[in-house]
Structures are given as C-alpha cells and as structure tokens.
Design a protein around this ligand. Structure first.
Ligand code: NAI
Length: 327
C-alpha cells in the first residue's frame, strides 16, 4: 500500500519560511501575506512573546501551508531548522526624533543572538534582515556567521525594498504615472543620506528642484510614518508588503525562475574600492540566492554627489556592526 508522507510532500511542493519577530508590528502582517503566498508550504513563526496566538489565528486561513508558532528563546532552534528563508523583523522600532542608528544598542544584541542561532540550526538558510539599522545589522549577521565558519555572501540580504516601493509611489504622485509600473532604482544603504535614488535612470524628466525634493522625501520617507504614528512605532504595513514582495521574489528564484531582479543590501563589489563591503543595488536572484549584482550605471552629477555623501556614513555603519561582533 502506498502511504503518502505529507511532511515530505509539503517539502517538495514549496519552501519553509521562518519569521523572527513574528508577533510584532511588521511580523504579523508579513506573516499574513506569507500565509497567502502559494510558494510557502511551511510557515514558522518565532517571537519571544505572543506567537502561539498569531500562529493559530493564521492557521485557520484556507491556504495550503502549515503554520506553527514558537515562543521563547528555547524554541528558536526548532523554529528555524530546515528553513529555506528566514526573515528578521525582530527588534525595536524608532520613535519620533530617533535615527535608525539610535536603535543600534538594543537591536545589535538581538540580531547577533539570532545570527548565532542561524549559524547553529540553519546555516544554509537565506537570511533577510529587516531589523534596523540595516546598514549595521547585516554586517552583524555576516560577522556572526563568519565566526561560526558558515558565511555565504550569496545568502545574506538587507531588505531595502521599502525604499523602492516609496520611490515608486512618490514619483507617481508627482508625475501622475502608474505607481505599479513606475520603477526607480535606489542604491546605497537604508538610512538617510545613504539612500540614493537614481532618478536620472527612470526615463522621466524632472526639474532640479523636483529631483532634490523627491530625493529628500525618499531618503526620509520613514520619518513621515514615525511622525504620523506619534510614538507608537514606524512603518509596519508598507514594510510588511515590501518584505513579502522581496521574500516572494527570492522564493520564485529559488524555485528556478530566472530574470528576477530586486534591490538588496548585499556583500557587493560595487563600492568596494571605497572600502564599503555592503551596498545595495539591483541584484538578480537565482537558485543560490545572489546570482548577479548590477552595477550602478550612469550617475548624474547630483547623484555622484549623493554617492560621495553616502560613502563615509556607510563605512561608519558597517564598521560599527562588525566591531560589535568582533570586540
Ligand atoms: P515591533 O516592536 O512592533 O515588533 C518587534 C518584534 O520583535 C516584537 O514582537 C518583539 O517581541 C520581537 N523581538 C524582540 N526581541 C526578539 C528576539 N530576540 N527574538 C525574536 N523576536 C524578538 O517592531 P516593528 O515595527 O515590527 O519593527 C521591527 C524592526 O524593523 C525595527 O528594528 C524597525 O526599525 C525595523 N524596520 C525596518 C524597515 C526596513 O525598511 N528595513 C522598515 C520599518 C521598520
């Protein structure tokens, strides 16, 4: 008699995605979007609080994936074992007046401990870092994995998707273009001056005044949300959508679909000559993660100035993350 092993069947049909920080402001809507994603067969929700409730709630949605919730540090190993993709929206968000770097002291330790668990229980997983400050938390994960001898630069991603999502929206609002079809390449990092929108590459005509206003809005778009939420947090719903978009693109690439391009803050040669090892540009995703890293392309004089301003900040942020692990 043929007996189907559902566990193995699930494995063949899709991927296991683990969300770390799944009960949080980003974690919950992100988990909802992933529960709706047919490319996810097993959804593992981990947090230090409240995950069982989130998991049981989501598990009643009639899509073909299993949802399991894990609560508390003892269970992180089980939560991430066998995960193909681990998304990390864990850590504290900003309050009005804070920069992303102000979150460093709290989030650096959280991210480092998650990195240690990944090194031990899921060294082959693709790791998507949402926790801020991304410019530093990504090097923290990388250094932690390096220490454990399991670092593979093709599998570590800083999620900068929200910057291009915002850029598409803000440009389309100004120019009356279709927000879905308006593509803006954004390079650099994920904070203030390190966010470099390449408006000259959109094919849309802007005045210099429009370019400067749009650039500032894209760089500091997160502050609009922090201010509007008035002390209760930062972007969660738009971030969940951006995180779900990036996760889905990666899952499709892991399944063998080619030509999938998304921006991400990855280990990159693009700004290496400036001593900047981590940098966001468009990258092509493949079955092993990062497949091809796109170059910057032609920059306008104004964008060259933005690039020059971003470099020292990125150098500082990356060094700070690396030093946290190697102190
Ligand atoms: P939140 O406070 O609502 O949720 C964070 C969750 O992380 C909480 O449920 C908390 O219990 C959990 N957590 C704390 N320590 C943990 C640990 N050691 N292991 C597992 N889970 C842990 O915060 P929110 O709004 O969801 O933001 C999360 C992070 O994402 C923040 O650092 C924020 O700055 C960042 N963020 C990043 C963006 C990006 O574009 N990359 C955009 C917006 C926010």
């Amino acid at each position: 008699m043929l007996i189907y092993n559902m566990k193995n069947l699930n494995k063949q049909l899709g991927k296991k995605v683990a969300v770390i920080g799944a009960a949080g402001g980003i974690g919950q809507p992100l988990s909802l979007l992933l529960k709706l994603n047919p490319n996810v067969s097993r959804l593992s929700l981990y947090d230090i609080v409240n995950t069982p409730g989130v998991a049981v709630d989501l598990s009643h949605i009639n899509t073909n994936s299993n949802v399991v919730g894990y609560k508390g540090q003892d269970s992180i190993g089980e939560a991430i074992t066998d995960a193909d993709v681990i998304v990390i929206p864990a850590g504290v968000p900003r309050k009005p007046g804070m920069t992303r770097d102000d979150l460093f002291n709290t989030n650096a330790n959280i991210v480092q401990s998650i990195g240690q668990a990944i090194a031990k229980h899921a060294p082959k997983a693709h790791v998507l870092v949402i926790a801020n400050p991304v410019n530093s938390t990504v090097p923290i994960i990388a250094e932690t994995l390096k220490k454990a001898g399991v670092f593979d630069p093709r599998r570590i991603f800083g999620v900068t998707t929200l910057d291009v999502v915002r850029a598409s929206t803000f440009v389309s609002e100004l120019k009356g273009t279709d927000a879905v079809k308006t593509k803006v390449t954004v390079v650099g990092g994920h904070s203030g001056v390190t966010i470099i929108p390449l408006l000259s590459q959109t094919g849309i005509n802007f005045t210099q005044e429009e370019i400067e206003k749009l650039t500032h809005r894209i760089q500091y778009g997160g502050d609009e949300v922090v201010k509007a939420k008035d002390g209760t947090g930062s972007a969660t719903l738009s971030m969940a959508q951006a995180g779900a978009r990036f996760t889905n693109s990666l899952l499709e690439a892991l399944e063998g679909k080619t030509g999938i391009v998304e921006p991400s803050y990855v280990y990159s040669p693009v700004a290496a000559k400036e001593g900047v090892a981590w940098f966001s540009t468009n990258i092509e995703l493949g079955v092993n993660g990062v497949e091809k890293i796109h170059p910057l392309g032609k920059l306008s004089e104004y964008e060259q100035k933005l690039y020059a301003e971003a470099i020292p900040e990125l150098q500082k942020n990356i060094k700070k993350g690396e030093a946290h692990v190697n102190k």
